[in-house]
Ligand binder design. Structure first.
Ligand code: PEP
Ligand code: MN
Length: 407
């Protein structure tokens, strides 16, 4: 387990009313998992103050549009497709890469829309997916672990691994550039999302509700999710998510009990707003059929309409014989099939997919019709974190998933 840190109470956010500031301070007074050990707290404070003065990346109006779209998903009238890199990188965020990922997502959306006979809501893991939770404090070389470009560098050098808060400014600038690319092309209809992990980056992006509501709008992305490693019920991340007006996602792994899932739903969706909460199950292909049904039943019994989304990636990761972190296409597909089976049996809506993918021709996941083998992984393995489906594998999965609707 990681040590948790106590967040600094921000003194830099003059735009928030005192009562709201109090609620934010309360959330941040809780233990926060997976935060970097910044070497210089004073520097973090000045970077945060600088970030707070920069304009939001997304607007409350756009966030409200996504809320309406996700309400449709929760009611069974639409399908949610979310996907992109495990970890975006500053160097990798070229126009070609951004457009390739967005185009892949849109092509998949078209296939799924046809199969489902429903509109598809497209959300990228994009324009801010820079912070990574890690299972170990050190990597295979014994170096402090890489925590995403927003914190440190993946370069195998101890100095490069020292957390540098100035990277948060570059993350903001790169996210803005990525958004500009999305908005200037055919992919303008894609919403943005990332894991709300790095609280020193997320807090300066909060703005009051322009309509005077009690919740805060994050200008960081349209949708934010809380990861499997930071969903401690009494921790800072869940409290932070509770303050947001944005729709929120929550990753739930196979250790989640039905009771816990219901508590999360009550906590993060106290008003029972359809689509306010997306529960992203990542159970693994071997367990989804056993673990998911009682969770769906228990949450449904609370009367809440959440979006049920399947992440078939994170429960199916293993190391290849050739030493690469990988996933097999068949396991990914098998978990998606299990997810659809569970919802068909319970009469609930299989609301969406959450995938790690890229439009680039990488060789990071095994299998697919082109049959990537353990030896083939070395050919073009570029991810700095988890393995992504390449464009062919992503399209193959979309076609297979499209065939599962209404069966
Ligand atoms: C991720 O989505 O990249 C991730 C780290 O997922 P999880 O929190 O489900 O492990
Ligand atoms: Mn990942």
């Amino acid at each position: 387990m990681y040590p948790t840190v106590q967040m600094e109470i921000p003194g830099w956010h003059p735009g928030l009313p005192p009562k709201t500031m109090g609620r934010l301070s309360e959330a941040l007074s809780r233990p926060a998992a997976q935060q970097p050990g910044w070497p210089d707290a004073t520097q973090v404070r000045s970077v945060s103050a600088f970030l707070a003065a920069l304009p939001p990346l997304v607007t409350p109006g756009e966030v409200r549009a996504l809320r309406r779209d996700l309400a449709r998903v929760a009611r069974g009238e639409a399908f949610l497709l979310q996907g992109g890199d495990c970890a975006e990188t500053f160097a990798g965020n070229t126009e070609e890469h951004v457009r390739g990922n967005a185009a892949t997502l849109l092509r998949m959306a078209a296939v799924l829309a046809e199969g489902a006979g429903l509109p598809v809501v497209g959300v990228g893991r994009i324009a801010g997916q820079y912070a990574k939770p890690r299972s170990n404090a050190t990597d295979g070389l014994g170096l402090p672990v890489y925590r995403g470009d927003i914190v440190n560098s993946a370069a195998p050098d101890p100095r490069a691994r020292i957390p540098d808060p100035v990277r948060m400014v570059q993350a903001y600038q790169d996210a803005r550039r990525t958004l500009d690319i999305l908005r200037s092309g055919r992919s303008a209809g894609i919403y943005t999302s990332h894991e709300a992990l790095l609280l020193d980056y997320e807090c300066p992006r909060l703005v009051p509700d322009p309509d005077g509501g009690p919740r805060l709008y994050s200008g960081s992305a349209h949708l934010l999710w809380i990861g499997e490693r930071t969903r401690q019920p009494e921790g800072a991340h869940i409290a932070f998510a509770g303050l947001l007006a944005n729709p929120v996602g929550l990753k739930i792994g196979p250790g989640t009990t039905p009771e816990q899932a219901a508590e999360y739903a009550e906590r993060l969706d106290p008003e029972g707003e359809p689509g306010r909460l997306t529960l992203i199950s990542r159970m693994g292909s071997a367990r989804v059929r056993d673990v998911l049904p009682p969770i769906v039943e228990r949450v449904t019994a609370t009367g809440r309409r959440v979006v049920w989304q399947c992440d078939p990636m994170h429960g199916n990761t293993h190391e290849s014989a050739t030493g690469y972190k990988t996933r097999h296409f068949d396991d990914v597909l098998h978990e998606v099939e299990g997810f659809f089976e569970v919802h068909r049996e319970l009469g609930t809506h299989p609301g969406g997919l959450h995938l790690e993918l890229t439009g680039d021709s990488v060789t990071e996941c095994l299998g697919g019709v082109r049959g990537i083998t353990a030896h083939g992984l070395a050919e073009r393995y570029e991810s700095t974190c988890d393995p992504r489906l390449n464009a062919h594998q992503a399209m193959e999965l979309a076609h297979r998933a499209a065939g599962l609707f209404g069966r």
